[in-house]
Design a protein around this ligand. Sequence first.
Ligand code: GLY
Length: 533
Amino acid sequence: MEVANGAVVSAHPLASLAGVQMLKKGGNAVDAAIATQWALAVVYPGAGNIGGGGFMVAQLKDGKRLALDYREMGPAAAHRDMYLDEQGNAVAAKSLNGHLAAGVPGTVAGLFESLKYAKLPMSVLIQPAIEFAEKGFVLTEREARSLNAERADFEKYNTRPTAFVKQNAWKTGDTLVQTELANTLKRIQQAGSKGFYEGETAELVVAEMKRGNGIISLSDLKNYKAKFREPFTFHYRGYEVLGMPMPSSGGLLLNQMLKMTEPFDIGSMGFQTPASVQLMTEIERRAYADRAKYMGDADFYKVPVAQLRSDTYLKSRMADYKSGLAGNSTVTREGIVPGYESEETTHLSVIDKDGNAVAVTTTLNGGYGSRTVVGGAGFLLNNEMDDFSAKPGSPNMFGAVGGKANAIAPGKRMLSSMAPTIVLKNGKPYLVVGTPGGTTIPTSVYQNILNIIDFGLSTEDAVNRPKFHHQWLPDRIDLEKGFNETTKQALEKMGYKTNERGAYSRSEIIKVLPNGKFEAVADRRGDDSAAGY
Ligand code: GLY
């Protein structure tokens, strides 16, 4: 889609339209991003949320840059060993499912914090979401299938009936009405963020915790704060990149990967040739080894950001790279490997005619988070606690572990991979980009950027051509279905282990064209949609 006035790309058509509606009412890109997130919390319950958290990166028309952190945090009663059994083994089921898996939600605080840069009142921005919840919306085939697939878990992890389970299976064309969620959104509409973090909604959360042995308290909710951070910025081939700093590894990983790429004329190697994929794989491997050892919430752990992004360090990291020969992921760094992250998250990209650009990635972590709905309040709680390292140095049920940088602590935010990103050309927005996908987020954003800047792909192809992923450990290249077979065989001859996997990553990109118009591209892997005018 090519438009002149403004565009929103998100995981759901109704959410994208809610954003564009705000642009048409005189709102800016921040207004649109807020309305889109409220709407996603209703029409995209697998990842859109008010019970989770997220990050916003923005450049405003006056050049001001924003990085807003509304990541969930560990409740006050959380402690380092809370997911270990009596033998000291990590029990992943506890950090993934049910009440104990939830961190203190940050989304509502984040939306109110971002309102400082919006033009319309919150009562207007939240209204489409209230209507979607109250009147319901019609399910697509994919949505009906997804709710049916979770039915057993919804029954297992809930103490009260939820809107997501009905007597018969969901089918295409059914209407999903969420009355309790509509009432929660109305409380927020009337009382602001206190309508969520205090009063009836907070009491419903705590009552739910009591019924399911969770630990989020009234004071955890009342004390939650979204935080503006210094946006993470660096240059790549004359473009400036704005990304998210800690507690997301997204900005730093992207910085490391792009800067390790810069000395190579990768464009002339060609898109997804054996040479370019091998080089990018070796770069991804090195960046993710650093993630495992050094990265966590910088408010709690000293992350050596300056060292990890320095030219000298990045050059030294590539010193043992050999073209045509697979490297290896020998565990030389205290036996630490990257933590597992679920791939269910969602991204939205927004731009307006005045030059405000907003990238937001938000998540419940796993699909439908902990699968626990707050009884009487109708919203799903995240299972973001699993993004902490349950036991530093020891593999979890997915064969992955993390380091002490990301150990659990009260008030600490779990390390994320989310990478909402804006690429600037001559100081003005050029690309607004992001994707869901857990640890595959930074490698997908990296590939989206190289696809456009170095390989000269169209935005459609940059988004929709298959992706690949290496994260140091496990030491293998994950190749998305449909990946070039000749390149795959060449990589195997070089000594790489490859692993074919299903579709992942749902990138939403807005590119500013030379004529000033916006090209908005939604990923074809889901029901994603671009809207604009
Ligand atoms: N839970 C996904 C992430 O934050 O990276």
